[in-house]
Design a protein around this ligand. Structure first.
Ligand code: 26W
Length: 796
């Protein structure tokens, strides 16, 4: 959009007067931020309305991305960048003697997700708007997001994330689009003359679902899509006592903080049905405003199920097509399968949701009836050809449970994993039987990241250097970065690259100083591991690497200085993960206060890791730790972000690490560890003996013993607990097995660090290849191969 600084200042002053009846200068930073967001909202309002009108006028097929989690991050910077007015507005702010960084920092970060899955959903929405795909988000407007993490004496403490205490400027309440969602009661099926069954609800509990829409502004496309988040409210005009009121509002009160363990709680089931039913109902209402015949639905609507949490969309769409549209089962089923598609994000069995039939039937009686019929017809269709055994294993209802992953596959026309290895492992393991039945549905869609947030916004020094070196085309098509391989070999460029990274490290050092009171050496290697705390992600292996280095330095060995930076929240009920958090903080205390290693080894565990903190940490990383046990991390996305800002990856052959290495080159990453096949083999033949590895390796032995011999103060219970998992429960995630090759690979990076030109060369290889992992390419592949929703402004 064309905007002058003068015009912006005029608009901004007007907004301050309108919103706060006062001059800009007199307002608090929070109010100045709110007025600025208000102005920006006005700048894309027309495009937003026009986008919707265009889609309707052109009868554009639209994709609805159903996800129980979204992590959009702060939106002011990305909205200004995507509108193409960031420079103009920042110039205006300076002229008003306001500091853009202070206003950016005043924005809350809606933590409506746990980790990878939620952040990916938001990256996809940004990407779809930026390539001109008609893609919308559908989720929940939690009143409380993911808990705020504090460390008290090294222990994780969770505080409520009351993110709505200040009005959220980017949302618009659309009560005119509210719908009713029904829970409980009994359902009577009364046959109609046309043979279809009318479902009559008795004593059902009605909940009002009120949508809040947030604009998803495309990058220089004038396309603005919608993220719709639903809030639960009592139906107005119905008498509700306090208990009834809170029973309703609690549905969207809080995000479940687990990212790998199904809680099986009824409230979670209510949350899942609530946003699915509200979403499907509003999609069908919108469709019917334009089309009579719902048989045409798959031509104009695609609904994507982001992991199993929205899998009830299969049953809800069937319910509406059967009960309200009076279709036959086969008609309804054909439409449902053609409209729906499903992505699996984890192989962890404990993360695959299933609901006890009694709970499901009690809360969702009509949906349960539909589920029974889906199950009956599934068995009737496939048993003859595939036999009872396989069909019993693959049927949606089994062992008294409704198995949501199976329901999602059976009710969708496409099923994908999020990296090549993961998509293959899905076929060999958790979805093996369904792959036998529906091989054509299975495909892979390797994850991606949005280079606008992680490079253009978070890493200004690198972005400026890339502009100087390549011009600006890379900002539209990051595959242009491949040109770096040829252009970026000069000592000048490598020096400038190192300077850009150092600038980010100095900035992060200031954050570490302010947050932890720790002064870190910006010329040390910044070794970063940022992701949820989970045993399979092996933060423990990283700790063992630190202890190995600590012992070596104490023994007088010389090593390049390293600062280990951690960011990680643990699910509150995940005891082992919380023990590892305490261990990391205890090791930080030990190492950071030991004069023998001062300035050569430091550990900074920054609390409350999330999107905004990631934007500070990622550009400052030299080493990216992607050390999960091979075969456990579905894809990873922090690996791609750290690659795109010039870190070298220390990695196992797991998830997307494999594809990143293939893209950047065999020497571009420091690989180590067992392969997924080797792990599977050892698991199959039970040939792994962790204690034997421990006994056979004196270095490892000494490191493990530090967890119980008092060398690390403050872990009297956590240390033994962790060692018990390793030596008595045979180390589920092969930490001991991969220790030596991990240390070797890490030491190779120490060597490389002492050859800056060589290090720089590897960084260039990674930067050059990083463009391939833009989410723009990922969503285009989904659009062309699964959703049949095409990009208006394709990047290819
Ligand atoms: C029911 C509790 C629960 C909640 C969330 C179970 C599982 C989840 C998510 C699927 C966990 C998750 O975030 N998975 C991550 O998804 C990323 C995006 O595809 C991948 O990059 C990560 O590898 C994967 O762990």
């Amino acid at each position: 959009m064309s905007l002058t600084t003068t015009q912006f200042i005029k608009d901004y002053r007007a907004a301050a007067l309108t919103l706060f009846a006062d001059q800009l200068e007199n307002l608090s930073v929070r109010q100045q931020y709110a007025a600025l967001a208000f102005v920006v909202k006005g700048y894309y309002a027309t495009d937003w309305a026009k986008t919707k009108a265009d889609y309707d006028a052109r009868q554009q097929k639209q994709l609805y991305y159903f996800s129980i989690e979204f992590m959009p991050g702060q939106l002011l910077g990305s909205n200004l960048l995507n509108l193409g007015i960031k420079t103009v507005v920042e110039a205006g702010l300076h002229r008003l003697t306001l500091d853009p960084a202070t206003l950016y920092a005043a924005e809350g970060d809606p933590g409506l997700g746990n980790g990878g899955l939620g952040r990916l959903a938001s990256a996809f929405l940004d990407a779809m708007a930026s390539v001109g795909m008609a893609g919308n988000g559908n989720g929940i407007r939690y009143q409380y997001g993911l808990f705020e993490q504090r460390f008290v004496d090294g222990y994780q403490v969770e505080l409520p994330d009351d993110w709505l205490r200040d009005p959220y400027m980017w949302e618009t309440r659309k009560e005119n689009r509210a719908v009713i969602v029904k829970f409980g009661g009994q359902v009577e099926l009364r046959p109609r003359r046309n043979g279809s069954l009318q479902a009559i609800y008795h004593n059902a509990e009605d909940v009002l679902a009120v949508p809040y829409d947030i604009a998803m502004v495309g990058y220089h496309t004038k396309r603005v899509n919608t993220l719709r988040l639903w809030a639960a409210e009592p139906v107005p005009g119905r008498a509700h006592n306090l208990a009834e009121k809170s029973r309703v509002t609690e549905i969207t009160q809080i995000l479940y903080p687990d990212d790998s363990n199904t809680t099986g709680r009824e409230l979670r089931l209510r949350q899942e049905y609530f946003f699915v039913s509200a979403g499907v109902q509003s999609i069908i209402t919108h469709f019917k405003r334009q089309h009579e015949d719902l048989h045409l639905l798959p031509q104009f609507v695609a609904i994507h199920i982001n992991d199993t949490h929205p899998a009830m969309a299969v049953l809800e769409l069937m319910r509406i097509l059967l009960d309200e549209e009076q279709m036959t089962w086969d008609e309804a089923w054909a439409i449902t399968v053609a409209t729906l598609s499903y992505t699996n994000h984890t192989l962890m069995t404990e993360a695959l949701e299933s609901w006890p039939e009694p709970m499901f039937a009690g809360l969702l009686p009509r949906l349960y009836q539909v589920a029974q019929e889906v199950d009956r017809r599934f068995r009737a269709t496939y048993t003859k050809r595939y036999g009872e055994l396989l069909v019993n294993r693959a049927a949606p209802l089994g062992d008294g449970q409704l198995r949501m992953a199976y329901l999602a596959v059976i009710g969708s026309h496409a099923v994908n994993g999020v990296a090549k290895l993961h998509s293959e492992l899905l076929k060999d393991s958790v979805l093996k039987d369904l792959y036998t039945l529906f091989p054509a549905r299975f495909n892979n869609k390797t994850n991606g990241i949005t280079p606008r947030r992680w490079v253009q916004l978070a890493d200004q020094p690198l972005a400026d250097l890339l502009d100087q070196t390549l011009g600006q085309d890379w900002r539209r098509d990051p595959r242009q970065l491949e040109q770096l391989r040829a252009k970026a070999t000069t000592p000048q460029f490598l020096t400038a690259l190192h300077a850009a990274k150092r600038q980010n490290k100095v900035a992060l050092a200031a954050v570490i100083q302010a947050t932890l009171g720790l002064t870190v050496n910006p010329d040390a290697i910044f070794d970063v591991q940022i992701k949820r705390l989970h045993a399979y992600k092996r933060q423990l292996l990283h700790v063992f690497g630190i202890l190995e280095a600590y012992r070596a330095l104490k023994a007088g060995e010389d090593r390049p200085a390293r600062v280990h930076v951690f960011g990680a929240k643990a699910a509150p009920s995940y005891r082992y993960a919380k023990a590892v958090i305490k261990l990391i903080n205890a090791v930080a205390d030990l190492v950071n206060h030991d004069p023998d290693v001062a300035g050569r080894l430091q550990v900074a565990f920054l609390p409350n890791y999330g999107v905004t903190l990631a934007e500070h940490i990622i550009p400052a990383a030299d080493i990216s730790e992607q050390i999960s046990l091979a075969g456990t991390e579905a894809s990873g996305t922090s690996n791609m972000k750290l690659m795109a800002t010039g870190a070298l990856t220390l990695a196992t052959l797991d998830g997307a690490n494999i594809e990143m290495r293939a893209a950047a080159g065999p020497a571009s990453m420091a690989m180590f560890g067992l392969t997924a096949e080797e792990v599977a083999q050892k698991q199959r033949d039970h040939s792994y003996n962790a204690r034997a590895v421990y006994e056979a390796d004196p270095v490892l032995h000494a490191v493990v013993d530090m967890l119980t011999d008092g060398s690390i103060p403050g872990i009297a219970s956590e240390g033994p607990e962790i060692v018990t998992e390793l030596l008595d429960y045979n180390d589920t995630y092969f930490v001991l097995a991969d220790f030596q090759s991990y240390v070797t690979a890490s030491r190779q990076l120490d060597q490389l660090w002492q050859a800056p030109a060589e290090w720089g060369k590897r960084v260039v290889e990674n930067l050059a290849a990083s463009g391939q992992f833009s989410a723009d390419f990922t969503v285009q592949r989904y659009g062309r191969e699964v959703w049949n929703v095409l990009p208006e402004h394709p990047v290819d």
